[in-house]
Structure formats: C-alpha cells, structure tokens
Design a protein around this ligand. Structure first.
Ligand code: HEM
Length: 346
C-alpha cells in the first residue's frame, strides 16, 4: 500500500527541505485529500459569498460608498464617518478580498500537499493557481468599476469573473471528491458543453437586464438605455432554451448533477419571474444573484461528470466511454477509494 511519503515510482529521493516540509504536513491532524476537499468547498462558498456581498453593495445604493480606488477617498485608505453606512458597506465588500485571498492561499497549499500513489495532483494545483490569480484580477476590475462610476459594461465582467471562479471552484471540489465518474460518450459531452455555453449566455443577458434596470448601485451611474421590458423578455427566453436543454440532458445523461441543475433552474426561474412582476424588490434580486452562482456551479458540475475518472495506473483503462479525462497531466482526478481512506492520504 502507498504511504504518505512514498516517492513516485522511479523518481529520485526528494531533498531534505522537501522531506522536512512533507513531515510537517504529515503531522497535521487532517489528511491531505480531506484538506484539499475542505479548502475547495471553502473556495466555492467564499466566491458565492462575495457575489452576494457585491449584490448588497449594489442593492443598497452603496456602489460609490468609497468614491475612489485603491484608497477609499483621495485622503484615506479607510472610509471616514461622513461617508455613512454606504462607505461602510462598500469598504466591507473590499475587505472580502482578503478573505478570498486567504482561502485561495489555503486552497493552493492543500492542492500542492495532496498526492496520490506518490504522484502530485497537477489538476488541483493548476486549478488552484488559476483561481488564486483570479482574486487580484477581480480586485483590479472592482477598482475599475468604481473609477468608471459603476459603468454597467464594467460591472458585468466583474460579476462574470466571480461566476467563473465559482465554476473553477466547482471543478476543484468535484476533482477532490473521491467518487469515480463514469463519464459519457462524445454526444453526452457535447450536450453538456452546449448547456454550459447557453447558461453563460443566460448569465450575460441577466447582467444586461440589471444594467438597464433601476438597481445601478448609485443614482448617478450610467444605464445601458435598453428597454428593461424587452431585455428581460430576451433573458427569460434564453432561460427557456436552457431549461429545454436540461430536460434533454436529463434523458441522455441521467445523473444527479443534471437533476440538481434542473432544480436550481426552476427555483431561479420562479424568483426571476416573481421579481420581474413585483418591481424588483431587493431581497429577491439578491436571492436571484445567489441563484445565478448556484446555476453556474450546477452546470459546471454537469460538464465535469461527462468526463470519466482517469486511472492512477496509466496501463489501466479509465471507466466510461472513450473520453479523455479532465485536467489530468500526471494524475487522474477522482478515483476510489473514498475520502478519508488512509490509502489515499499521501
Ligand atoms: C436559470 C435561470 C436564470 C439565471 C441563471 C439568471 C441569471 C441572472 C443574472 C446573472 C442576472 C444579473 C444579476 C446582476 O447583474 O446583478 C439576472 C438578472 C435578472 N434576471 Fe435572471 N436569471 C434566470 C432566470 C430569470 C427569469 C426566468 C426571469 C424572468 C423574467 C429573470 C429576470 C431577471 C431580472 C428582471 C433581472 C434584473 C435584476 C436587477 O435589476 O438587478 N431571470 N439574472
């Protein structure tokens, strides 16, 4: 059986610093695969949370509560009392960046610690680095959002990057869970990718609806000028397409991920219509925002499930029907045994 510190077959003995580092990590009270999973879940939750807090900034009209960036005002890094509650809300959202950065570092360290059969989890490492890079990028786009007076064409990519980080966190979590994926054939995978693409169109159209509506984040900010009624109808039509495709996917793929996606879409659709017919009350708009993040997570999960787990043994065929495994240079993403099995704790 593989032990925690086994080197890869045929590889050189690691140097002293690496061995000390591994010993230190091995002495932690939590196994490496479990830690990777928990940090992945923390990343997912934190990225959904910042979408929610960003929504609170917009829905309370606090978008320019700190009127400049990276300082809150030209004179001060932090808000002063004259900026009132709006300054506190906007600054609170800026502080969330540090929570995200902390979680991103933890996620990356966990990804670099976890090994299986002596091999590094390059899939998790790569994902964690991309996710980590997204945080400073997002802080800069957030700054540009403020400096452009909440221009909706800047607010939209700001939200969509957070959505992308939710998607990446979902992939990370699924690859860190030690439950094998059966995968599907080529057509199942194509259908999942089509569903994924249309969902992103739905999200993008949603941001156009928001940019044309009343919740701009500040009374002074620029609107797209589109008729909110027309863009809402276009957005709702794209949702009907995504729901139709999900029903087809349910027949073709028959897995838990698609059922979850359908449940999220139905809940999200109900919230969407109710908010539309009741004059966009803030709590419902906030719920719709969180629902959008969950929809992105669910559709990403659907795609991941169409790729079979790769075998740790390169000579052993992967399960599923003729697919390349997802993100696996050097390592298959998620094979048995289950989380917590000592044989998987490297
Ligand atoms: C899968 C289902 C849906 C998803 C993923 C989705 C996604 C989104 C997203 C991402 C936004 C932008 C949020 C923001 O920029 O802050 C949005 C806004 C909006 N959506 Fe949806 N949506 C869905 C269904 C619907 C439906 C069925 C309606 C019905 C008309 C609807 C009505 C709206 C409205 C009115 C807004 C603007 C809210 C505002 O002014 O802030 N949505 N949606």
């Amino acid at each position: 059986m593989t032990t925690r510190t086994d080197p890869a077959p045929g590889s050189a003995r690691p140097n002293l610093a690496v061995r000390v580092w591994r010993k230190l990590l091995d002495s932690l009270p939590i196994s490496a695969p479990r830690a990777a999973l928990y940090w992945g879940i923390a990343s997912l939750v934190a990225n959904v949370l910042i979408i929610f807090t960003g929504g609170v900034v917009r829905l309370t009209g606090s978008g320019l509560g700190c009127p400049t960036w990276p300082r809150c005002t030209p004179e001060s890094l932090v808000p002063h009392p004259e900026l009132g509650i709006h300054g506190a809300i906007e600054f609170g959202n800026r502080l969330m960046t540090f929570v995200l950065a902390f979680v991103a570092v933890g996620t990356a360290l966990a990804a670099f610690r976890v090994r299986r059969d002596g091999l590094p989890r390059r899939d998790l490492r790569l994902l964690s680095l991309i996710m980590g890079f997204g945080i400073p990028l997002q802080a800069v786009i957030g700054g540009i959002t403020v400096l452009t007076g909440l221009n909706p064409y800047v607010v939209a990519p700001h939200l969509m990057l957070s959505m992308a980080l939710v998607g990446l966190s979902t992939v990370y979590v699924r690859l860190a869970v030690h439950r094998p994926r059966n995968g599907t054939g080529r057509w199942g995978r194509r259908l999942a990718w089509l569903l994924f693409a249309v969902m992103w169109v739905v999200v993008w159209l949603g941001t156009i609806v928001t940019g044309s509506g009343p919740h701009s984040g500040d009374e002074s900010s620029f609107r797209t000028g589109f008729d909110p009624y027309i863009v809402s109808r276009i957005h709702a039509t794209s949702v009907q397409v995504v729901v139709g495709l999900t029903l087809v996917a349910l027949l073709v793929l028959r897995n838990r991920a698609v059922v979850t996606l359908l449940a999220v879409e139905v809940a999200q659709g109900v919230i969407g219509y109710v908010q539309y017919f009741t004059g966009l009350p803030e709590p419902l708009v906030a719920a719709h925002l969180v629902g959008s993040a969950l929809a992105v997570a669910a559709v990403t999960w659907v795609v991941v499930e169409t790729y079979p787990s790769a075998s740790a043994d390169p000579h052993e065929p992967a399960t599923g029907t003729g697919a390349a495994p997802l993100l696996v240079p050097g390592r298959g993403p998620s094979d048995p045994p289950s989380v917590g099995d000592p044989s998987s704790a490297d």
